[in-house]
Design a protein around this ligand. Structure first.
Ligand code: GDP
Length: 625
């Protein structure tokens, strides 16, 4: 059987190393853009949040042609919270371009994705980008980057063949690259003119998609999507045969008990990637990546095929281990800032989100206007909260918690994570200590680069998922922002008892009104305030973090009394110390189980779940949920 005239590849790159620019030129020089199309600056990372956070959140695909060969570029999310997705994407491609900035070298963040690529036995091309940067003074520096990359491959147990990677020297910005190190100087100086011919040649040398020796159509569902127009879509690579619009197909899936189930359906619409779009088509060829509409709710790991096709082994999707309650906004200020949505709307909005994000699930709670959103990490949750907030919605979210299970003898089990941590050696002790205090245990400790002036270590720790909740900012502070952490779910183990979340209580407004500087000044020594004067507050709203372990209810609206008696203190100017301004992520890490974050387009507040002070205890006990 002849191989398909297709190459499926992914690009592994640290943010800012030039992935978007490279894809842009790959498409442009291949003539993918039509003359009337306006190119956006960053073709792949189009989401606002992706730009701000500098990470790829959802994978988008692009495609172009080299002669008659179609190339699909599958985008990979770069963060460990999306680990499951990275793994599945790697299953669709046969080769990868590892893009490395010539001045910065390979950075630890790309290690996670590169490791998966190596394990999947992908053929990898090293592309050293930005060789034109003024910091890159000589080819010696580039050689060092190559050596470092080679060391990384060895460390990640790459095969001899993988370690023998082809090398490209590139200036993606100006649209040239070369395999010939001797040409770099002239190309940078502009005395030689280059293009993308060498990268196209190397992509052509990557293996064609592996296909099965069968003429029956078979596709493994690697991702699912939803469109308001055509409904559920199965995304995947065609492993054998071809599919035409109108074909009778079968979806091989499993029910909630894991029993095999078949569903017959008709391929109503087909799409392939074309440039940056999904293009409707009549046929999806063997080896190509495409989308099929027609079946009902597809599940990742399903096989879709024609009668008599081979059912492929299911691929696993990591089960959600964390959950967060999303609630209708019931605060007194609800609807004053954005659109306060009702229960049905909130549910429908969350359903839309989980349809396009397989790592998420939704469960009902005992309350009609509250829903559990289940996922794999705090980052996933904060991205969704931010997305809804930017749509102008008002709602509330609770503290993230873990999903418990019951063991065979009814004992409580909790999810565990394996953390892989890359940190400068100087902060290794503090980091280990921090996680050990939270019931983690060290399983390995390895020196990474002894000879370097900035030696780093790689630590692995096994820890209850609860132990990593709310630890991101502490980790960043301890490692001065240069630590990298990735986590992987490793199943359920017996519950480890209480893990201390926060040792301080909240300072809470005891009435509706506007804050005064006078009142705030009177209480500011009792903790750290989150808000300043002239802010609308209500009873039960948290306005700061106390020094003591219990909560305190305070009047922050008290006006200054005017008296005839003058004294130095009462006439003195009120001075407020600095406020503690918290971001959404910080609030998510900070709040306790009996508190909500009230999310509105302009303001993020924290409040007690029970607002009236007389119905709520100030003692901070038994708040572990
Ligand atoms: P991404 O985050 O990996 O998608 O990176 P981008 O493609 O957005 O590039 C990040 C920055 O690097 C942009 O300002 C680009 O213009 C710049 N850049 C990309 N390629 C090159 C290059 O070859 N040389 C130089 N000097 N800058 C580049």
């Amino acid at each position: 059987m002849s191989s398909p005239n297709i190459r499926n590849i992914c690009i592994i790159a640290h943010v800012d190393h030039g992935k978007t620019t490279l894809v842009d030129h790959l498409l442009r020089q291949a003539g993918t853009y039509k003359s009337h199309e306006v190119m956006t600056e960053r073709v792949m990372d189009s989401d606002d949040q992706e730009k701000e956070r500098g990470i790829t959140i959802s994978a988008k695909n692009a495609s172009f042609k080299i002669g008659d060969t179609k190339v699909n570029v599958v985008d990979t999310p770069g963060h460990a919270d999306f680990g499951g997705e990275v793994e599945r994407i790697m299953g669709m491609v046969d080769g990868a371009i590892l893009l490395v900035d010539a001045a910065e070298g390979p950075l630890p963040q790309t290690r996670f994705v590169l490791e998966k690529a190596i394990q999947k036995n992908l053929k990898i091309i090293l592309c050293i980008n930005k060789v034109d940067r003024p910091e890159v003074q000589d080819t010696d520096m580039i050689s060092k980057v190559i050596d470092k990359t080679f060391e990384l491959f060895v460390e990640l147990n790459a095969s001899d063949e993988q370690c023998d990677f082809p090398i490209l020297y590139a200036c993606a910005k100006l649209g040239w690259c070369t395999t010939d190190a001797d040409r770099v100087d002239a190309l940078v100086k502009g005395t030689d003119k280059g293009n993308f011919a060498d990268i196209y040649d190397l992509i052509m040398n990557l293996p064609a998609p592996k296909v099965m020796d069968s003429d029956k159509f078979t596709l493994l569902v690697t991702n699912v999507a939803y469109s308001d127009y055509v409904g559920f879509l199965a995304v995947g690579r065609v492993v054998s045969g071809t599919v035409k619009q109108g074909d009778q197909l079968i979806r091989f899936t499993v029910d909630s008990q894991g029993k095999e189930v078949r569903e017959k359906f008709q391929a109503q619409k087909l799409f392939v990637f074309d440039g940056l779009r999904q293009k409707p088509c009549d046929i999806i060829e063997m080896g190509d990546i495409g989308l099929i509409a027609g079946g009902s709710e597809y599940m990742i790991g399903d096989t879709v095929g024609s009668e008599g096709c081979e059912v492929l082994p299911r691929i696993s999707v990591e089960e959600p281990t964390m959950r967060m309650i999303f609630s209708v906004n019931t605060s007194p200020n609800s609807g004053t800032n954005g659109k306060a949505i009702q229960s049905r709307e909130l549910r429908d909005r969350l359903i839309r989100e989980i349809r396009n994000n397989v790592a998420l699930k939704m469960d009902p709670t005992d309350e009609q206007d509250q829903f559990y959103l289940l996922g794999r990490g705090e980052l996933q949750f904060s991205i969704i909260i931010e997305k809804l907030r930017r749509e102008g919605l008002e709602f509330m979210v609770g503290r993230p918690s873990v999903v418990y299970k019951k063991g065979e003898n009814g004992e409580r089990l909790e999810p565990y994570e394996k953390l892989t941590i890359d940190v400068p050696e100087v902060s290794a002790g503090d980091v280990t200590n921090m996680f050990q205090l939270r019931k983690g245990f060290l399983t390995s400790y390895e020196q990474q680069n002894n000879a370097s002036s900035d030696p780093r270590v790689r630590i692995t720790i096994e820890i209850p998922t609860r132990g990593i909740l709310g630890m991101q900012s502490r980790f960043k502070t301890i490692t001065k922002g240069s630590g990298i952490i990735s986590s992987e779910a490793i199943g359920y183990r017996p519950h480890q008892g209480e893990i201390l979340h926060r040792i301080t209580g909240s300072i809470i407004a005891d009435r509706l009104g506007k804050t005064t500087a006078y009142a705030l000044a009177g209480i500011q020594d009792r903790g750290m305030l989150f808000i300043g004067e002239a802010v609308d507050v209500y009873e039960g709203m948290v306005i700061g973090e106390g020094n003591k372990d219990n909560d305190i209810n305070v009047n922050v609206c008290r006006p200054k009394k005017l008296t005839n008696v003058r004294s130095v203190s009462s006439d003195g100017i009120t001075i407020l110390h600095g406020l503690k301004k918290m971001s959404l992520e910080q609030y998510i890490e900070w709040i306790d189980a009996d508190e909500w974050i009230e999310v509105t387009p302009n303001v993020i507040r924290v409040r007690k779940k029970i607002l009236p002070a007389n119905l709520r205890s100030v003692r901070r006990q038994d708040r572990d949920d």
